[in-house]
Design a protein around this ligand. Structure first.
Ligand code: GYE
Length: 320
């Protein structure tokens, strides 16, 4: 009898110890340091919002830092996350190159790094665990395919001006590459001017003004690497006395609400979707990592394409 009692007491004690340590484990919050590029576009604002709300929902403590479009600020932020011994570092690199040193520091400190939205060009791929985000080359191809299809029945040259994203950034490099790859098959389509508008409305407007001054009515198409630059350019086109979408066909990327509004007003022809809603995916990847799971090296975001004909129908469904 006594022996049985002893066994029962021991079992209860063991059970309560394991319960306690389980609770302690469950209570340990994951701490994530996130270095954001800035607030240059509607896309970026939606992306920051998605990350902040997903962290809250997932019970992850988020240290969020805004780099105001400067790589040096991102490097500083990552170093401070390392010093604070966060559990995981995530960041959206403003440009592709120049990250190896700081990523090596994170690796030495045994802090895993997740790339979100934009890629880096590091040769050593052990410097980050995964890259989650869109296929920017494919977005450029989609833009190119749409244009090739559109001009099929129109004779003559098609002169394109291109507003590039931030110099050296993954989306600017890849969206240019994908677009050029497709239009090569149609020699009538020529890029006559190409310059950066840094993904902002103000710069998009400014550069479009310069394009219009230099090329005037020769311009048939504007290809903008994001909606914000296209929206800025639309203003420049109107101020020059031309009609956006009628005198100049306009193609852009992101499919943010501002683009839908422009399409519904008949001023933008098509926007290729690039989803900024990466927050939930990022938080679940962080949890998986902390639980010892191996992440896939590449997590690709699924996206669509919206011509202006469907804008009014799709608009109420848009989340960003
Ligand atoms: O297209 C643009 C933003 O990296 C995909 O950055 C992102 C791009 C997006 O500023 O609007």
């Amino acid at each position: 009898m006594n022996k049985l009692r002893g066994v029962v007491i021991a079992a209860v004690a063991l059970f309560s110890i394991s319960l306690h340590s389980g609770a302690a484990l469950a209570q340990k919050k994951i701490v994530m340091g996130f270095s954001q590029i800035g607030a240059e576009s509607e896309w970026r604002t939606a992306n920051s919002e998605s990350i902040k709300s997903a962290a809250k929902e997932a019970g992850i403590e988020l240290k969020f830092s805004d780099a105001q479009q400067k790589q040096e600020n991102q490097i500083k932020a990552i170093r401070s996350f390392i010093a604070q011994k966060v559990d995981v570092i995530a960041f959206s690199p403003v440009v592709e190159s120049g990250w190896d040193t700081v990523l090596r520091e994170a690796k030495t400190a045994k802090i895993p790094v997740i790339l979100t939205d934009r890629a880096v060009d590091s040769k050593d791929t052990t410097l980050y665990t995964t890259f989650m985000g869109s296929d920017f080359v494919e977005e450029g191809r989609k833009a190119g395919r749409w244009l090739v299809e559109k001009v099929k029945s129109q004779p003559g040259d098609v002169n394109v001006v291109e507003l590039q994203g931030t110099v050296g950034s993954a989306p600017a490099i890849d969206r240019k590459k994908g677009f050029e790859e497709i239009i090569k098959a149609e020699p009538r389509i020529k890029i006559i001017r190409s310059q950066t508008g840094d993904f902002t409305r103000a710069k998009g407007k400014e550069v479009m003004e310069a394009f219009l001054k230099a090329e005037g009515k020769k311009i048939n198409v504007l290809y903008a690497h994001n909606d914000d630059m296209a929206i800025g350019a639309i203003q420049a086109i109107e101020e020059a006395g031309l009609k956006p979408s009628k005198d100049i066909t306009i193609i852009s990327i992101d499919a943010v609400k501002g683009a839908f509004e422009a399409m519904m007003a008949g001023k933008l022809d098509v926007s290729i979707e690039c989803s900024p809603l990466l927050g939930p995916q990022l938080m679940s990847a962080a949890k998986d990592l902390m639980a010892g799971k191996t992440l896939p090296r590449r997590i690709v975001t699924e996206e669509s394409i919206f011509p202006k004909e469907v804008a009014a129908k799709e608009f109420p469904k848009r989340k960003y």
